[in-house]
Design a protein around this ligand. Structure first.
Ligand code: AMP
Length: 274
């Protein structure tokens, strides 16, 4: 497995990688969810293709610099996990080699990213689009795997690929969960034992609410279930159209019930498709 830190070296190394190149963009602190994405990438690349994993804590998608600094960076164990999964190349650049100090171009999506996580994290999806497009260009990948856990991110990236004619196939992977239902996330390790024990209520609340028929009842049920815990603070809970991601009050089209919940400063997201 090759480990490359500079974009210039990446260009050279890429030319030696055989077959279909499939990229898995990550911010590291890899868990089983990431590993399943890597396995899907391997399957997609086929026996003669190549799997690339990027590990980059992208500063321009964070609204608070303290979060960038606090983000876990267990590089040795991440590299060992990639090696173990048969990854061909890991791209792990420093921020200084990805962004010029006077950079002045940003990829901006203006519809799907306006609500939900985009509303409470201004500039987040511009940062995501910009880094993902850069990673696509740097790796020259033919396909890239993204988790459905971050369904708004997936929708925004699909839109970017469509609207900018980016020649990369976007492959979704279902949300990977802990046995108790909590969606796996690098942030789960920042929960206290008490918070961790409480957190499966998020998925439970969405599941229970999804069995109801009336949109207002669905929202009220999920909100109450989450708020019953004194440990939680709801950032948002919304019913949205699965395609446009705009708020909806009917269930006539495919609909998503989505939430973001704080445990102290740890923000967890989850959703269910109705
Ligand atoms: P991150 O390192 O958090 O930026 O995530 C990198 C990729 O892994 C993104 O495409 C995420 O959607 C995906 N991912 C993270 N956690 C999960 C999970 N529990 N299930 C499925 N995909 C995930």
């Amino acid at each position: 497995m090759k480990v490359v830190e500079s974009p210039a070296t990446l260009r050279q190394e890429i030319s030696t990688l055989p077959g279909k190149r499939v990229l898995v963009p990550t911010m590291g602190a890899l868990h089983e969810g990431h590993l399943q994405l890597i396995r899907l990438a391997r399957q997609t690349a086929g026996p003669h293709g190549s799997v690339i994993v990027s590990i980059f804590v992208n500063p321009i998608q964070f609204d608070r610099p303290s979060d960038v600094a606090a983000y876990p960076r267990p590089m040795d164990s991440d590299l060992a996990a990639c090696e173990n999964e048969g990854v061909d190349l890991v791209f792990a650049p420093q921020a200084s080699s990805m962004y010029h100090p006077d950079r002045s171009i940003t990829v901006s999506e203006s519809l799907l990213s306006s609500g939900l996580c985009g509303a409470t994290r201004p500039g987040h999806f511009d940062g995501v689009c910009t880094v993902v497009l850069k990673l696509f260009l740097l790796t020259g990948c033919h396909a890239a795997v993204f988790g459905e856990k971050d369904f708004q991110q997936l929708a925004v990236i699909r839109r970017m690929v469509r609207d900018l004619d980016v020649p990369v196939e976007i492959i979704p992977h279902p949300t990977v969960r802990e046995p108790d239902g909590l969606a796996m996330s690098s942030r789960n390790s920042r929960l206290s034992p008490e918070q961790r024990a409480d957190a499966p209520r998020i998925q439970q609340a969405l599941k229970n609410a999804a069995s109801l028929k009336n949109p207002a009842d669905i929202l009220a049920s999920a909100r109450n279930h989450i708020q019953t815990s004194p440990l939680t603070r709801i950032d948002y809970i919304e019913l949205i159209d699965a395609e446009t991601l705009q708020p909806t009050t009917t269930l006539s089209r495919p609909t998503i019930l989505a939430t973001a919940v704080f445990y102290n400063d740890v923000r967890l997201i989850d959703h269910i498709t109705l």
